[in-house]
Ligand binder design. Sequence first.
Ligand code: AP5
Length: 220
Amino acid sequence: MDLLLFGPPGAGKGTQAKLLVEALGVPQISTGDMMRAERSSGSELGQRFDAYMSKGALVPDAMVLELMEKRLRQDDASEGAIFDGYPRTVEQAEALHGLLGKLGRRIDRVVSIEVSLDVILDRVTGRRVCLDCGQTYHVRYSPPPESGVCAACGGSRIVQRKDDVEDVVRNRYEEYKAKTEPVLAYYQPRGVVVAVDGTGSLEEVSARIMAAIEGAAKGA
Ligand code: AP5
C-alpha cells in the first residue's frame, strides 16, 4: 500500500506514521527526516537544505525530487510506503505520480489529519526529539524521561528542533496554506482523500486513521 499522511506542521503525521509502519509492513518516508539527516552529516547538500528549513520555507521541488527518486529505489520501499510530509506542492504530487507510475503503483489513500492553528502551536513548540533515533516527545503530552535518556534508544540527546520556535512555526504554517493545501485538490478527483480529526489522544487518532485505511483496502 502507498499511503500519504497529509496535514499541517504538528498535525501528528510523523507520530502516526511510526505507529503504522509495523501494521502495514511498509517504511515511513519522511522528507523532513531525510533532510535533517543530510544536514547533520554536515554535507554541502545539507547546508543548502538548512538555508530553507531554518526559516520555515519549503525546499525547492527539484532538490526534493532527487531525494525521492533515490529513496524509492531502495528495496524496503518496493511494496509501498507511508509518505510523511511529501508531496508538499502540486508539482511534487505530479512528480510522485510519475515515479510511482513507473513502478506500477499509485497513491491508494490520502489521510488528511485536521487540527487548528492553536493545537499546532501548542504541539510543535512543546515537541522534543531524540537526535539519535528520531523518537518524538512532547513536554506535556508524552514527556521525555526526567533522566534525559531516550526511552527508545538510550541516547542522551533529546532536543528542541530549531524550526520549532513560534515565529518559524507560523512561517511553516503560511507555507502550508499557500503551497501544500492545494495538493488535496489534486487528489480529491481521484477519490482517495479521507479527512480525519487529528485532536484527541494518539490512540484515538490512530484508530481513526486505521478505519480510513481499511476503507481504502475495501475499495471504499
Ligand atoms: P517536516 O519535518 O516534514 O515537518 P512538518 O511537516 O512541518 O511536520 P512536523 O514534523 O512539524 O509535524 P508532524 O505532523 O510530523 O507532527 P508530529 O507527529 O511530530 O519538515 C520540516 C521542514 O523541512 C519544512 O519546513 C521544509 O523546510 C522542509 N521539507 C520537508 N519536506 C519537504 C518537502 N517535501 N518539500 C519541501 N520542503 C520540505 O507531532 C508534533 C508534536 O505533537 C509532537 O511533540 C507529538 O508528540 C505531539 N502529538 C502528536 N499527536 C498528538 C496527539 N494526538 N495528542 C497530543 N500530542 C500529540
